[in-house]
Design a protein around this ligand. Sequence first.
Ligand SMILES: [Zn+2]
Length: 131
Amino acid sequence: MFAHEKICKSGVDDVKTNRCRYCYKDIRDRDELVTASNWFRVRPFHYRCFELLEQDTRTIAGTWNPVNGTTGLVTVVLMLILAVVMLTTNILGFVGDILGFLALYPILLRAFSYLVYEMRLPKYVDNKPRQ
Ligand SMILES: [Zn+2]
């Protein structure tokens, strides 16, 4: 029996949030954590597993966008600027307000990722046993 079958049967998967959704092993620190969003879902992955996942999903429907890390940070900063400009000025009027709210979405994802996954992990663990 594989490890992930055991998890599915006991339903522990929902409780243990910091488990990689690709290989079903624990993520031990933020150094190896990549949180990624696909539509309205945010899921944690190992750094290496995320690369494998990206190769997998390129051919299947749906792509996962990294939420944490540099790419995510750039998106959040740009979206924050867009949201503030659109919501505090009258550029584009009503349409601008909608764009402003849409721009808040990646910011909320980033906050969600931090609160649910990153906050619970130590920043870096030395000498992690190899999995
Ligand atoms: Zn993994």
